[in-house]
Design a protein around this ligand. Structure first.
Ligand code: X2X
Length: 337
């Protein structure tokens, strides 16, 4: 009898231990650039919770907010994920686009007219190509979320035409294309990490900045620093729920499926949160800004054109870096209705 039991141990228990409990870490680190209370941070927390519940604790993800895994330097995020300092990230394409040139596609000014255009691009052929490229560089993209259309705020004056932006010091992320875009408008760009930006607004080190309304500007109470906002949708900023390839490959196929599904759901939920109140007839997000004393200027298509016309040098310089072909495929997806 004892022999039967010990044989059972060898044949049942040992393989069960080896195969059912692969070499998982006790804790996986997920990087985000913002705080936990913003919808972006909430999306990350939701993902971690769903993964933990659905894997019954086999995969335990801890969310590291405020760019803490890269000491605030948000443009290093792709590198730390690739190197395994972070295992996961819920990341902005802007922060990765100094490392991954093709992601500057999303930073081309006034390219994406509306949400359906960006969805067609990320969910279609272009999105798949970007995923495949990034996969080769060490990271797997699991799902698309969104920071949102970026609007410009400042403490000096309403901006309706390029001359209004002339000479204004505008904080941008330290990603080179943003310096080029702001210069093309005649502004004076200053690159700065998000972690230092609020103090810079408070002290008036810069006159303005650009960020999405629901995802960032309302939660950080931008009205405490800036009276004027111009809604011009000049750049969209997708977020990517992503994982280091080696970590991904270490999971069992069943766990990979659970993690992928949770990433898609959490990123989608986050995207829907930050689109609320920004599309007619429901424009309540702009009312929140007005209620706090901001002057909201929504540019007309003709006013937007005056800005867009100035950005030809940005396209001339950056489309070849992004890839002519990827750009053309993007135009096709945008124009397809
Ligand atoms: O730094 C920013 O402006 C932010 C928070 O939007 C990004 O991380 C791209």
């Amino acid at each position: 009898m004892r022999r039967v039991i010990s044989l059972a141990c060898v044949f049942l228990l040992v393989p069960a231990l080896v195969f059912a409990a692969p070499h998982y870490k006790k804790e996986y680190k997920l990087s985000t650039v913002v705080g936990p209370k913003l919808p972006w941070g909430e999306g990350a927390t939701l993902f971690a919770r769903m993964v933990k519940e659905r894997t019954r604790g086999r995969i335990n993800i801890k969310v590291y907010t405020a760019a803490s895994l890269m000491a605030g330097k948000q443009t290093n995020e792709f590198l730390i994920l690739k190197q395994g300092v972070a295992d996961f990230a819920f990341a902005s394409s802007i922060n990765w686009s100094s490392t991954l040139k093709e992601l500057n596609l999303f930073n081309l000014p006034f390219l994406f007219p509306d949400y359906s255009a960006i969805d067609r691009v990320t969910e279609g052929y272009v999105g798949e190509r970007i995923k495949a490229d990034i996969k080769k560089k060490g990271v797997t993209i699991l799902g698309w979320g969104e920071n949102g259309f970026r609007e410009i705020t400042n403490s000096k004056r309403p901006i309706t035409k390029p001359e209004d932006l002339k000479g204004l010091k505008i904080r941008v992320v330290g990603t080179p294309i943003f310096i080029d875009i702001m210069k093309s408008f005649g502004a004076n760009p200053v690159n700065m990490n998000w972690g230092e930006a609020k103090v810079a607004f408070q002290q008036g080190v810069v006159d303005g900045q650009e960020n999405p309304v629901v995802s960032i500007l309302i939660p950080v109470k931008i009205w405490e620093f800036h009276k004027y906002i111009t809604v011009w949708h000049y750049v969209i900023d997708p977020l990517m729920m992503s994982v280091n390839n080696k970590v991904w490959e270490s999971f069992t196929p069943e766990d990979r499926e659970i993690v992928r599904q949770a990433a898609i759901e959490a990123a989608h939920w986050q995207k829907m949160q930050v689109r609320k109140g920004l599309v007619a007839p429901d424009l309540h997000a702009y009312d929140v800004l007005k209620e706090h004393g901001m002057e909201v200027t929504i540019l007309t298509p003709a006013q937007i054109k005056a800005f867009k016309n100035l950005t030809k040098p940005v396209y001339d310089k950056w489309v070849p870096k992004i890839g002519e072909d990827l750009y053309k495929e993007t135009l096709k997806a945008i124009e397809y209705h």
